[in-house]
Ligand binder design. Structure first.
Ligand SMILES: [Zn+2]
Length: 175
């Protein structure tokens, strides 16, 4: 009979064993033994951008698309896709945003989701554009945490091999 996987009381020890052999038993403080296993898992995810599609197609063309309220007396301009105006509820239309702006705020991430781990530390920035009433959340590259400041001029860069994702655009300090 095959031996039982080893038993641990600390989950970090369970994780180490899972890395090593793929199976471990976690002995919980309540006295229960749970068999924990590790195996590969992947999915193909099909996602429709639907009405946001022009934004992602625009990134592939090196353009930033925003939205503008179609009601003349409102005309609120958004730095992101938005189908309807949050001020008056009217439909919006697409506009081209400037590819230059200013750093409104930022956070430097020393940890991130799997897709961004290899980039850490990286900056997540809120970029403001002249004449635009809302901000764009985007990565800011080529600037360390201490080089960033509120109001710093920044400009967009676009991935020449677009993946149709928000990661197709990032900003860098404007030189
Ligand atoms: Zn409006």
């Amino acid at each position: 009979m095959k031996a039982r996987p080893p038993t641990f009381e600390k989950f970090r020890d369970v994780q180490a064993e899972l890395e090593r052999s793929g199976a471990a038993i976690f002995h919980s403080p309540t006295g229960e033994d749970s068999l924990v296993i590790r195996y590969p898992y992947s999915i193909q995810y099909i996602h429709s951008y639907a009405e946001d599609s022009p934004f992602f197609l625009g990134l592939a063309d090196g353009k930033l698309k925003g939205s503008k309220c179609t009601k003349k007396s409102c005309g609120f301009v958004y730095g992101t896709p938005r189908s309807h105006c949050m001020v008056c509820g009217s439909p919006t239309g697409w506009i081209d945003l400037p590819t230059t702006g200013r750093l409104h705020s930022w956070t430097t991430c020393h940890f991130g989701s799997e897709a961004f781990l290899k980039e850490t530390p990286y900056n997540l920035a809120l970029v403001e554009f002249e004449g635009v009433g809302s901000l764009l959340l985007v990565r800011l590259k080529d600037a360390t945490e201490s080089q960033c400041y509120v109001g710093m001029p920044v400009e967009a860069r676009f991935d020449p091999n677009p993946k149709y994702s928000i990661t197709d655009v990032w900003f860098v300090p404007r030189r």
